[in-house]
Design a protein around this ligand. Structure first.
Ligand code: GLU
Length: 472
């Protein structure tokens, strides 16, 4: 049977890191086996599901390029089908209407709790006779869970799991208003869609035996299951908003490349030897659900940053550019006002762990900066720098062919004429020209800043020094 997997989010919020990893594993399992990947929107909880959340989830998946082959399939569009299957099950005596009132169920529950028993439905309506059934009265529909025996399945991640049927009660599959419940719709969908592997968070593991019983009742072989352990924060607690960015799109905003996030997520709970860096093509060919880790993994932002830097460095400029351009646009940086971006990216990618950091260091080459970096200015824009900046300014003004050689010659001559070391010229010049104390080699820095801008900024630095003197 050809492989078919699905990602089945409930649209109650954005796509978070845990969901993205589940989606990634399902997608990779399909891709690694020439299979298909379905996006299914589990929106039967009408109160909590929103169209905005559906959009946010799809935006996150698109940004990560986790393309689906089928869908989005909305469960709310399938109510007729669920109704049909409920009727089938009741017709076959595999499900039954239950007329127990809320009060009765509350009382039952309370008694069980008082007796230290596990709260469960006692089966009062399980064997009602035809005469006792009046469907015009309020009722739910319950699934007749087998009373005896066990449910055993081999979880691809956790190994063999066995649950005794006596631990499971008769689950409600349709509410009083006729709407179907989660454990039931999942089964009908996984059956109708021909899903072969269900990969999902291990918070669903208790649902699985119940779902397997429903598959059995429908005479359909259940898919394989793989329950992926949760992701922990660096404090060992379940990853949540407290740990910072958990929305996938927040990672885009924070300057991460989707490939880096995918690479990070694939390793967060799966391994292939001790390889850390995987191209998407490698992931697709190497991913094997049998190698998903059993133990929960802890999120480590430093490692994600490290990976992101590797990707920034190694991604060819034409692939990097659309992502970088997005950040440049966000920060209002206009590339037509400056040097060839590709040259700068090669130079600066070593120093940037995120695209935001990259834009920050690129900015002064394309637009004016507001102020000199206070620390760098304090150290390098001092009165002793005045003669240096004045002399270099006049030398720059005389340079006609603004090239690394001519720039370097002006810097060398300034140092020689004033009889100072190169650092005494280079550092104030660097701070004056870029606003910051760190930049590439001085000739390249000045080349990229451009002659006019360099001179104007040296004047600005001289004003800064004067102001400082007048305040001293
Ligand atoms: N809709 C469920 C959730 O978002 C997932 C169900 C499943 O994968 O079976 O948690």
């Amino acid at each position: 049977m050809s492989v078919k997997t699905r990602f089945a989010p409930s649209p109650t919020g954005y796509l978070h890191v845990g969901g993205a990893r589940t989606a990634l594993y399902s997608w990779l399992h399909a891709r690694a086996n020439d299979g298909e990947f379905v996006l299914r929107i589990e929106d039967t909880d009408l109160e909590r599901s929103t169209p905005e959340a559906v959009q946010a989830i799809m935006d996150g998946m698109k940004w990560l390029a986790l393309e689906w082959d089928e869908g989005p399939i909305y469960q709310t569009h399938r109510f007729d089908r669920y109704k049909e299957v409920i009727q089938q099950l009741t017709g076959e005596q595999k499900a039954y209407p239950c007329f127990c009132s809320r009060e009765r169920l509350d009382e039952l529950r309370e008694n069980q709790m008082n007796n230290k028993e596990k709260p469960r439905y006692d089966g009062k309506c399980r064997d009602l006779t035809a005469e006792q059934i009046d469907l015009s009265k309020d009722h739910v529909v319950r699934f007749k869970n087998p009373k005896e025996g066990v449910v055993t399945f081999k979880d691809v991640v956790k190994g063999e799991i066995t649950i005794a049927n006596k631990e499971l009660d008769d689950l409600i599959i349709a509410r009083t208003d006729g709407s179907p419940t989660y454990n039931f719709t999942v089964v009908v969908d996984d059956m109708d869609m021909g899903i072969t592997q269900v990969i999902r968070g291990d918070d669903h593991i208790n649902n699985t035996p119940r779902q397997i019983n429903i598959f059995d009742a429908l005479g359909y072989a259940a898919p394989e299951f793989g329950h992926v352990p949760m992701i922990l924060g660096d404090d060992g607690k379940k990853l949540s908003k407290r740990h910072g960015a958990v929305s996938v799109m927040q990672y885009r905003d924070d300057g991460y490349l989707p490939e880096a996030v995918l690479n990070y997520l694939v390793r967060l709970g799966w391994s292939h030897g001790d390889q850390e860096v995987f191209s998407i093509a490698e992931m697709k060919s190497l991913f094997d659900i049998n190698n998903i880790n059993k133990a929960p993994s802890a999120f480590n932002t430093d490692k994600l940053k490290w990976l992101n830097q590797q990707y920034i460095k190694s991604t060819p400029i034409e692939k990097l550019m659309p992502h970088l351009q997005w950040h440049l646009d966000q920060q209002g940086v206009e590339l037509s006002d400056g040097p060839e971006i590709a040259d700068l990216v090669v130079e600066f990618s070593e120093r940037a762990q995120t695209l935001n950091e990259l834009v920050t260091v690129l900015k002064p080459y394309y637009q004016e900066f507001e102020a000199f970096d206070p620390k760098a200015a304090k150290k390098h824009l001092r009165p002793v720098a005045r003669p240096v900046l004045e002399l270099i300014k006049s030398k720059f003004a005389a340079v006609n062919d603004w090239q690394p050689e001519s720039i370097q010659a002006a810097v060398d001559q300034t140092a020689a004429e004033l009889d100072v070391g190169m650092g005494k010229v280079g550092m104030p010049l660097r701070v004056a020209a870029t606003g910051a104390g760190m930049s590439p080699a001085i000739d390249l820095t000045l080349l990229w800043v451009g002659k006019e801008r360099a001179i104007a900024r040296i004047e600005k630095a001289l004003d800064f020094i004067s102001l400082r003197e007048s305040q001293a």
